[in-house]
Ligand binder design. Structure first.
Ligand code: UDP
Ligand code: MG
Length: 226
C-alpha cells in the first residue's frame, strides 16, 4: 500500500516550556515512520496556538525554520482546547492529508502510540482512539472529578469512550463527516463516536506533563464540564 500523508495537530496554550522538546520528539517519530514507509515525506506537525500570552508563537516560528516539517496557525485570543482542535482539523479537511492525529502539546499522551494508530489506519480503520490504560499519574482529585464527569455525561446520554480524551487519529472520510456538525459548544469526545465508521483503539500509559503547568485549572474544568 502506498504511504499515507500524516498531520499531527497539537493545541498549544502557553507551552513555551515544553514545545521544543515536544517538537524534537515528534519530529524524530515522523522521520522513523517516513523511513519505514508508513507515511509520506511531506507529513508534518501542526501547532494551533490558542492565543498564548507567552513565547509559544515565537517558538513555533523558530521551530518552523529549524525543522522542515513544522507548521502553525494561531488564534487571536484564547478560544479553548476544543476550539483549537476543531480549527486544526477544519484547516486540514479536504486537503491531501490522509490522516490527522490530535495530541496534547505536553507529551502526556505517548507519541509512540501514533505508530500503532497509523498501522491500524493502514489496516482499514477510519478512526483510532487513544485509550489510557491507567490513571495513576493523575491526582486523586482529578481521578474523582473525571469519574464523576463521565458518569454525569453518560446519564445525560452522551456516549463517550472511557479513558479516551482527545488523542485520536481520523482519516479524511471522518473529517468530512465531522465538518457536517454545526454545533457551537463542541465536546469532541461525544461527537466522534456518533459519527460511526470503522473504529480501532490503541492503549497507552499516560505520563506526567513534561514541563510547564496544567492549562486546565479548576475554573476551566468546570466550564468544560458545563
Ligand atoms: N490547551 C489549549 N487551550 C486552553 C487550554 C489548554 O489549547 O485553553 C492545550 C494545552 O496547551 C495542551 C492541551 O490543551 O496541549 C491539554 O491541556 P493541559 O495539558 O494543560 O490539560 P491537562 O492535561 O492538565 O488536563
Ligand atoms: Mg496535560
Amino acid at each position: 500500500m502506498a504511504a499515507k500523508k500524516l498531520a499531527i495537530v497539537l493545541p498549544a496554550y502557553n507551552e513555551e516550556e515544553v514545545i521544543e522538546k515536544t517538537t524534537a520528539r515528534l519530529h524524530g517519530l515522523l522521520l522513523s515512520m517516513i523511513e519505514n514507509k508508513k507515511i509520506t515525506s511531506d507529513s508534518f506537525i501542526m501547532y494551533v496556538d490558542d492565543g498564548s500570552k507567552d513565547r509559544t508563537w515565537e517558538l513555533v516560528n523558530q521551530l518552523r525554520a529549524q525543522y522542515g516539517q513544522v507548521q502553525g496557525i494561531r488564534f487571536s485570543t484564547n478560544f479553548g482546547h476544543q476550539n483549537a482542535l476543531i480549527a486544526g482539523m477544519t484547516h486540514l479537511t479536504g486537503t491531501d492529508v490522509d490522516y490527522v492525529v490530535t495530541i496534547d502539546a505536553d507529551l502526556q499522551d505517548d507519541p509512540e502510540a501514533i505508530v500503532d494508530m497509523v498501522d491500524l489506519a493502514n489496516a482499514g480503520k477510519d478512526i483510532v482512539y487513544g485509550v489510557r490504560n491507567d490513571r495513576t499519574t493523575d491526582t486523586l482529585f482529578k481521578r474523582y472529578t473525571a469519574q464523576g464527569f463521565y458518569k454525569v455525561m453518560s446519564a445525560l446520554g452522551v456516549n463517550s469512550i472511557p479513558n479516551h480524551a482527545d488523542f485520536r487519529l481520523v482519516n479524511q472520510k471522518v473529517l468530512k463527516a465531522f465538518s457536517a456538525y454545526q454545533e457551537r459548544e463542541m465536546f469532541l469526545r461525544g461527537i466522534f463516536p456518533l459519527i460511526g465508521f470503522n473504529e480501532g483503539r490503541v492503549y497507552y500509559a499516560r505520563a506526567e506533563r513534561e514541563a510547564g503547568e496544567t492549562k486546565y485549572p479548576l475554573r476551566k474544568m468546570i466550564q468544560f464540564a458545563a
